[in-house]
Design a binder for this molecule. Structure first.
Ligand SMILES: Cc1cc2nc3c(=O)[nH]c(=O)nc-3n(C[C@H](O)[C@H](O)[C@H](O)COP(=O)(O)OP(=O)(O)OC[C@H]3O[C@@H](n4cnc5c(N)ncnc54)[C@H](O)[C@@H]3O)c2cc1C
Length: 419
């Protein structure tokens, strides 16, 4: 369920293990938050410290290499103590299509899950709205890669929402063209932040976030602008699982995108002739429901670089928590932490696993673990685990991460640490 980084990698792993796979996605393309939300860069591949280097591979590495071969990424760019890889959204969609076809994954785009029914402790029926009408699907096993834990929530499984209901802020990301790239590439991020502060003193703009990210796109002509911060006027944060909140967030996001783009044109060297190329198909949602699972990734686990046996994947990405009033970034120094496989095993649903952003994690821990490189790793492990469960007749709650890793090795599926 879902065709984001986690859902696609889960589908590929399951197909490579010989399962018949159906991928369901409400948009007409894969990519989820990275493409529909235009998050636009792959984070979580590189180490964090004085000399960042690529340490996360597995399916994330494979996807990255194939994007590179298709001209969809160029060189990594620095992000504080680590690096990230900007990518081209169209090439991402093309590559995902290629995977779906070559791995023979049956796919239904423009198809939305609207209800989930359980029989006992098993998901029995998924009701989806296709363009041809409602359909009932009776899966042997479901991987909930919806980002929002839609399947788990749908059968009454327990989930949490942010820190006491307060989630990270949404951002409307946009790309601008017409930039003098040679000038842009020499700008210091601190200089841009100072210019935002100065602009805010003028009273002419609506720029609630001052620590902004601007990344060069692989086409060498455009800049990806991760600048906006969306809250309600009272400072509360819209929820990505409420249509009313999302409607506000989309409109406020466009207002802010226009104001930041005007600020760039007016005040930032190299942007005098710039223009908005596009915003995401939807506002970017960083956090909604997180599972309550067999294991929970704790803030302390991230900060202490905790290692476990049988991890789904691992990470050196910082805690990057976009709050209503501030952006908090805490880097790991020459260390990584593991994401236990058990964070993907809901307490309810013997034939359900989860993958990606809805893993079980504390608020700050999620602000690290949710990035694309790790969503790929979680999905790939979950897809392999699905095959193990069906082959060995194991219920989700009895799956062990070590067995999943062993199974992946015997099937030739690379673990996250394997280049
Ligand atoms: C503003 C913002 C900036 C970010 N910046 C970066 C960045 O620079 N680098 C980085 O690596 N990460 C970044 N992230 C995080 C990253 O993009 C996401 O956390 C990650 O892509 C999540 O992947 P996922 O597969 O778990 O979920 P998603 O990408 O959310 O995929 C879920 C998929 O399920 C589909 N779906 C959901 N519900 C249903 C339903 N009911 N029926 C059918 N389909 C459904 C959705 O359409 C979607 O395609 C950012 C996120 C945001 C919001």
């Amino acid at each position: 369920m879902g065709g984001g980084a986690a859902g696609l990698s889960a589908a590929v792993a399951a197909a490579r293990c010989g399962l018949d796979v159906l991928l369901i996605e409400k948009y007409g393309f894969c990519g989820g938050a990275t493409v529909a939300g235009l998050s636009g860069t792959i984070c979580g591949l590189y180490s964090s410290g004085e000399r960042p280097e690529q340490i996360v591979f597995g399916f994330a590495g494979e996807f990255h290499e194939r994007l590179k071969a298709s001209g969809g990424v160029k060189d990594p760019v620095p992000f504080g103590r680590t690096m990230l890889v900007p990518h081209d959204s169209f090439v991402w969609k093309e590559l995902a299509d290629h995977y779906l076809r070559s791995e023979k994954i049956k796919t239904l785009f423009h198809t939305t899950l609207i209800a989930t029914y359980a029989g006992g402790d098993r998901v029995e029926t998924l009701v989806v709205r296709t363009l041809d009408g409602l359909q009932a699907i009776q899966p042997q096993l479901v991987i909930d890669a919806s980002g929002d834990a839609e399947v788990v929530h749908g059968i009454g499984g327990e989930t949490t929402l942010g820190k006491n209901g307060v989630v990270q802020t949404p951002t409307m990301i946009f790309r601008v063209g017409g930039v003098a790239m040679d000038v842009f590439l020499k700008l210091d991020p601190n200089q841009i932040e100072a210019l935002v502060h100065e602009a805010n003193r003028s009273g002419k703009y609506h720029l609630p976030r001052t620590h902004v990210y601007l990344f060069p796109m692989p086409n060498g002509r455009e800049v990806l602008c991760n600048m906006t911060r969306i809250t309600f006027p009272d400072g509360s944060v819209p929820l990505g699982v409420s249509s009313e909140d999302m409607t506000y967030a989309e409109m406020e996001g466009r207002l802010q995108a226009r104001s930041y783009a005007t600020f760039l044109r007016d005040r930032v060297p190299g942007f005098a002739h710039s223009y908005i190329v596009e915003t995401g198909a939807q506002v970017g949602i960083r956090q909604t429901r997180s599972l309550v699972a067999k294991s929970r990734l704790m803030n302390e686990d991230v900060l202490a670089g905790k290692k476990v046996k049988g991890a789904a994947t691992f990470s050196a990405w910082p805690i990057e928590a976009h709050g209503a009033g501030e952006l908090k970034i805490v880097y790991l120094e020459d260390d990584t932490y593991d994401i236990p496989f058990e964070t993907l095993i809901p307490l309810r649903g013997t034939n359900v696993l989860a993958a990606g952003r809805c893993l079980s994690a504390e608020h700050e821990a999620l602000a690290s673990a949710r990035v694309t490189g790790q969503c790929f790793g979680m999905g790939y492990a979950a897809g392999a685990a699905a095959a193990l469960m069906l082959r060995e007749n194991i219920v989700a709650q009895n799956v062990r991460g070590e067995d999943v890793q062993h199974w992946m090795k015997t099937r030739g599926l690379k673990l996250a640490g394997e280049a």
